[in-house]
Design a protein around this ligand. Sequence first.
Ligand code: ATP
Ligand code: MG
Length: 891
Amino acid sequence: MRTYCSDVEERNVNKYGVNELRKMFLDFFESKGHLVMKSFSLVPHNDNSLLLINSGMAPLKPYFTGQEIPPRKRVTTCQKCIRTGDIENIGKTDRHGTFFEMLGNFSFGDYFKHEAIAWCWEFLTEVVGLEADRLYPSVYLDDDEAFDIWNKEIGIPAERIFRFGKEDNFWEHGSGPCGPCSEVYYDRGEKYGCGKPGCTVGCECDRYIEVWNNVFTQFDNDGHGNYTDLSQKNIDTGMGLERLAAVVQDVESIFDVDTIQALRNRVCELAGKTYKEKHEWDVSIRIVTDHIRSATFMISDGIMPSNEGRGYVLRRIIRRAARHGRLLGIEGDFLANLSSTVIEGSKDGYPELEEKKDFIFNVLTQEESKFNKTIDQGLNILAEMEENMEKEGRTQLSGEDAFRLYDTYGFPLDLTMEILEEKNLTIDEEGFQAAMKEQKEKARKARKVTNYMGADVTVYESIDPAITSEFVGYDKLSWESGVTAMTTEEAVVDALTDGESGTIIVAQTPFYGTMGGQCGDTGVIRCGDGEFVVQDTIHLAGGKIGHIGRMTSGMIKLGDKVELSVNPAGRADTCKNHSATHLLQKALRTVLGSHVEQAGSYVDAHRLRFDFSHFSAMTPEELAKVEQIVNDEINAHLPVRTSVMTLEDAKKTGAMALFGEKYGDSVRVVQMGDFSTELCGGTHVANTGDIAVFKILSESGVAAGVRRIEALTGPGVFAYYKELEDRLSEAAKIVKATPANLAEKLTHLMAEVKQLSSENESLKSKAARESLGNVMDQVKEIKGVKLLAAKADGADMNGLRDLGDQLKEKLGEGVVVLASEKDGKVNLVAMATDSAMAQGAHAGNLIKGIAALVGGGGGGRPNMAQAGGKNPAGIPQAIAEVEKVLEGQLK
Ligand code: ATP
Ligand code: MG
């Protein structure tokens, strides 16, 4: 146990610099068995819940939830963070930045409170040398365990440990893992205090500032406020590096620590202002200082200014910085200049800043000059709007006006808001959002042509037409080249980052772009930790080849030297299919005749399709012959040779050219032994033997005089047979047979089914007959005509008709009416013999007269009629009614 010293002494700490403190922290936790990991990108990876990384814990979430296994159970990081939620605080408090670095130590189911608290204390007091008597821990109200550790193990008197409620000291995010926190506050002395009575730890002023937060993730919240103990308890801590530096260096604010001070001084220098001369200026100086840090780091992680998401956060920050620079009297573009000071101060911890320097400056300057062009005009317009408001006695700017400033002059909403707030005016935010929505709708409707990515075709049209790409992939599957252009789905950009979809264009590529019926390659483009998965490759206007896909990690920017790798299996299978179409064409001409011309083709890694001129459906024999020829040529292992020559020379080789196709002066000729010679720009196998096997799946007509063959090669054929085999086994299993005796078994089964169903028919009519009982007893005579009206159970309409015929026969002459109930529905049949009809009986009208009673309708001829109904309960009444109706019919 350490003894607690209660005397407040003169401060006597070493003035460690920011870069030194970062290293001390990481070294300290490394000595406690932690793995030091590099800061993750500000762009969250696979996490849509967050726009930007805002804590050390955020990028480690998958390790906490157990989705991913951490490289070690103890990890320590210094993580770059952006907190846009703190933007209003910047310049006003001493302790907030939108950008800051968070030091953290993490335990994934390893150590817990005892170690976390002890190491936190050891680092602050022994490593850094802060005086114990200026430090105050806080714990969560109910967390006696943490209280006791501070009190009994560390030796802090009970009255110096603060207990706070859920709001401050319980970390929770909806349902899931959560737990109490323990924070450490540092008392910077009375001069920083608000002087209000009761100002103590927890006061919002800048005297007691929170430096470190230790989160003990120990519960699981089921979403209804029921907490159960987690089996794996975690530690997640966070300490602002700049705040630590501010207390260690004993300076007023984070803007006075060594690295940031250098930047702040640079701002003052550019503005010709002195810090601490005028409060208003100080706020602007701090805002510029903070925002340029945020912007520099965001751009280095590949975020580009835009009107949406992260890009909009960056745009707001850059434009806010630009405006406050103007308020300070800085003229012209100045952000790139300041950014170089940021990079100077932070490249120690973040070497990528130095590497991407030119890119960062470029993005900053472009965005700044774009804004500078309109800012004065915008400010004038806003001043006019304010005048109008004053005249009309309004204090709220309309949504449309705010939107006009946004749309035409590039004023982010919060910038307009901030300017108005200074004069106690507000904005109709809802109206702004509505105007924004309306404009988006309009833009969507106005959008004319879209490509399959849903983007304007004009995205590609805005690329510099001087840019072209060369295909180098006939015999190479990977290649290094420089990025010459990139786009998102909407715009030409300078970089793509994690999660973004878009198109990359390079000077030389091994990726084959969709052409001549052959599908484009897939694969991956890499640069450092940047990875772009290529889902398709296409030819763009002006000789450019576009790699379409998605960034799956990191960033790639304009000018980067990238490694392009084609998916080798996909390419190999595509080559097999393409070469097979050449063999197929020749085989078709051999079997069907020289009128066969290619009318179209499609090949990808999975299948091939070949359309050709021919005027009748192919016979099975012709198909078998064609398939055999192709397989023979595969087995002949013909070498495949390609050469580039003039069109004249090509024609001399007898090469088959596409009818109506325009060729350039030099053409590529693909020869497969002496069997096939074609003009073709596609990729092929080196030897026909590589195709392995060829199988036709179908032959069909697609247009007048045009037939289509679909076929498979190599692994596609095996997959096809495998699937057939699986289906066959499954079918055999169902009828308890083997694939070998399946046909025999099915023949037996079919015969059995036939016999059973005929047996079933006769059983059904027998059953219906029996249900009538001794039916002839029920025969009545109406005006001398015999009538049999009865209910037969369970018979369907067919059964009922059969039964009716039988009874009519038995009856000799007369009328038969039968009703049955089946599956909740009613069937009615009426029949009259010739002599009954002669006396006036009419089966059709009889049915009509009674059908309503069973909820139905129907009718028919005089001798035979039928009807259906929905109400079985009405059957007895209907049968009773027959007598009356018949009586009315008879003469
Ligand atoms: P505060 O109440 O001062 O805003 P917080 O409760 O938001 O702090 P946490 O979310 O616990 O802070 O973050 C952990 C640590 O990160 C804090 O103890 C502090 O040292 C640091 N920190 C948080 N926000 C900022 C910021 N905007 N600028 C600099 N450091 C920060
Ligand atoms: Mg906060």
